[in-house]
Design a binder for this molecule. Structure first.
Ligand SMILES: [Zn+2]
Ligand SMILES: [Zn+2]
Length: 176
């Protein structure tokens, strides 16, 4: 839980609060993410009555397995943070928009949104190095460390389709 106390700015329009903290977060197993250090949070919260707009940046050094060889890779992620929190108080019947995040009393737990913004800022591909050789698909050997004895057939599925197509064209195979 990352607790932000908004007691001072809640219900007073135009008041702002700067939340700057380093927090330790547990690893996120589902996304295969762990943190190599504390997560840096810097968020400004602006009150407009019941609504509190939060905007800032989250910085973390994330550890994740390489997409090809699975060895751990560490890299810096800088994620934008932008959310609107909405004070429901004791009245649950307040009109609010879907993307607003409700909170009661004076404490907002921003942890779910911090994690969400980090996940959204992750690179599409994580590689230990540009030309990582990956693991052998037959025996699992890490090919960056050592070659294995397996024969190396091309297993790219797109190429396999092309090859089948070529066979049909040359009459080696009949169309069903
Ligand atoms: Zn790798
Ligand atoms: Zn092999």
């Amino acid at each position: 839980m990352i607790r932000v106390n908004v007691e001072r700015i809640k219900d007073s329009e135009g008041e702002t609060l700067l939340f700057r903290e380093e927090v330790d977060l547990p690893c996120i197993d589902k996304e295969e993410i762990s943190f190599a250090g504390p997560v840096n949070i810097e968020i400004e919260l602006i009150s407009s009555g019941k609504k509190i707009q939060a905007e800032g940046t989250i910085q973390a050094v994330i550890r994740r397995p390489c997409d090809r060889c699975l060895s751990p890779v560490e890299f810096l992620v800088e994620a934008p943070f932008k959310e609107i929190y909405f004070s429901t108080g004791t009245n649950q019947n307040n009109v609010m928009q879907d993307e607003w995040i409700p909170f009661k009393n004076e404490i907002i737990d921003i942890e779910p949104e911090v994690i969400k913004s980090l996940i959204m800022a992750l690179p599409m591909k994580v590689l230990c190095e540009q030309n990582c050789r990956g693991l052998c698909p037959s025996c699992g050997q890490n090919l960056n460390i050592e070659k294995c004895g397996c024969s190396r057939e091309i297993i790219d599925p797109r190429l396999a389709v092309l090859r089948e197509f070529a066979k049909i064209k040359h009459g080696e195979k009949n169309l069903e």
